[in-house]
Design a protein around this ligand. Structure first.
Ligand SMILES: Nc1ncnc2c1ncn2[C@@H]1O[C@H](COP(=O)(O)OP(=O)(O)OP(=O)(O)O)[C@@H](O)[C@H]1O
Ligand SMILES: [Mg+2]
Length: 247
């Protein structure tokens, strides 16, 4: 699904991601872990072809990243659940869910989307799968953080990309709701046969719901292991503060 060869990203002298080579096979469930600033969001944005690497080569489903333009082709390959899920708060939930179809539609179809009952049914179906069918006509800003995460997931259900990239999908949720959402993300992507790459900070959730852990620290790969091969000591070392306190 993804192949990276020496991919790196530098921001004004700061190495956000040192040259990295790895592949992620279709259907894999990968947890991306590492302390704040370690490069997780940068890596997810590279995988989503939202940003371009400074060096190296990246391909998505065998196609070179630089050949993929935003729009239909890219939307069919990858969908991203950003760290701050970019829903439009003033719109009804249904509009935000159907935004997942924008890659497929032209401009006029987009304007008409909510007039088409079939599309509303599609939105209702996606909301039912994430457990909040009653919120279809609710204003998005009236939803709790956890419910808004579900809307972001419903939008991806409507988009149906081959891979889902989720950037700290549970950062703002309490532990019970966090587990609920990760379990749902894991179950739905398996049902759809999708590849899942998610960044998160919860070690127990990463070990329970993912098959592979990729750990970054200061933009460098620390380990890349099957979840059942990761030890508590390795996790503790990954998140340990530098000598002399927080960096
Ligand atoms: N657009 C940008 N411009 C300048 N620096 C950036 C930019 N994006 C990221 N960085 C820097 O690159 C480094 C890696 O950032 P990144 O957002 O990938 O980390 P992260 O692992 O996602 O952190 P967090 O857990 O806090 O979300 C950080 O030092 C960050 O400040
Ligand atoms: Mg981040």
């Amino acid at each position: 699904m993804f192949a990276l060869e020496g991919v790196s990203k530098v921001y004004g002298g700061l190495v956000a991601l040192a040259p990295l080579s790895l592949t992620i096979a279709p259907g894999e469930r990968v947890a991306l872990m590492g302390p704040s600033g370690s490069g997780k969001t940068t890596l997810l944005n590279l995988l989503a072809a939202v940003i371009r690497p400074d060096t190296g080569r990246l391909s998505l489903a065998g196609q070179p990243g630089e050949a993929l333009r935003p729009g239909r082709d890219l939307a069919r390959l990858v969908g991203i659940m950003p760290q701050s899920f970019d829903l439009v708060p003033s719109l009804a939930v249904a509009h935000n869910v159907l935004a997942g179809r924008l890659g497929e539609w032209g401009f006029f179809r987009s304007l008409l989307s909510l007039v088409v009952p079939q599309e509303l049914e599609r939105a209702r179906g996606a909301l039912a799968r994430v457990g909040i069918p009653e919120k279809l006509h609710e204003r998005t800003s009236h939803l709790s953080g956890g419910e808004q995460q579900r809307v972001a997931l419903a939008r991806l259900l409507v988009q149906r990309p081959r891979a889902i990239l989720a950037d700290e999908p549970v950062a703002a949720l309490d532990p019970a709701r966090a587990e609920d959402l990760v379990a749902m993300l894991s179950r739905i992507t398996q049902e759809e046969g999708q590849t899942l790459v998610a960044s998160l900070h919860s070690v127990p959730l990463a070990l329970r719901y993912f098959s592979r852990i990729i750990a970054l620290r200061r933009g460098r790969l620390v380990f890349d292991l099957p979840a059942d091969a990761v030890t508590e000591e390795e996790m503790a070392r990954l998140y340990a503060l530098e000598d002399g306190g927080p960096s």
